[in-house]
Design a protein around this ligand. Structure first.
Ligand code: FES
Length: 102
């Protein structure tokens, strides 16, 4: 949990990289900023569903209907969140299946 005035920290598993990000940053930008790969063939437009990540800990906003529809349309695991839809407001710990130990 981040405190008022503090900067949220995103921890990337399993590699353990972390990034301090400005509140309100799109999660996909935090991933890119940390130098980790993330698929985004639609250009962050909530169409392709390829930017799914798993939130291991931390609070994120509820899923909006547009994100839910993108996941359904692309048969994305319902438990994943689309990184181009989530804004970082709190400390998070996340992973993606294809990160390995990066
Ligand atoms: S980058 Fe395409 S849905 Fe997120």
């Amino acid at each position: 949990m981040s405190y008022p005035g503090s900067v949220p920290v995103v921890l990337f598993r399993p590699g353990g990289r972390s990034a301090d990000v400005k509140k309100g940053t799109l999660l996909i930008d935090a991933v890119r900023g940390a130098g980790l790969p993330i698929a985004s063939p639609c250009g962050d437009d909530l169409i392709c569903g390829r930017c799914g990540v798993r939130i291991l800990s931390g609070r994120v906003t509820r899923e909006a209907p547009i994100e839910r529809r993108a996941k359904l349309r692309n048969r994305i695991d319902a438990s994943l969140r689309l990184a181009c839809a989530v804004r970082v407001h709190d400390d998070l710990e996340i992973t993606a299946d294809y990160w390995g130990d990066v």
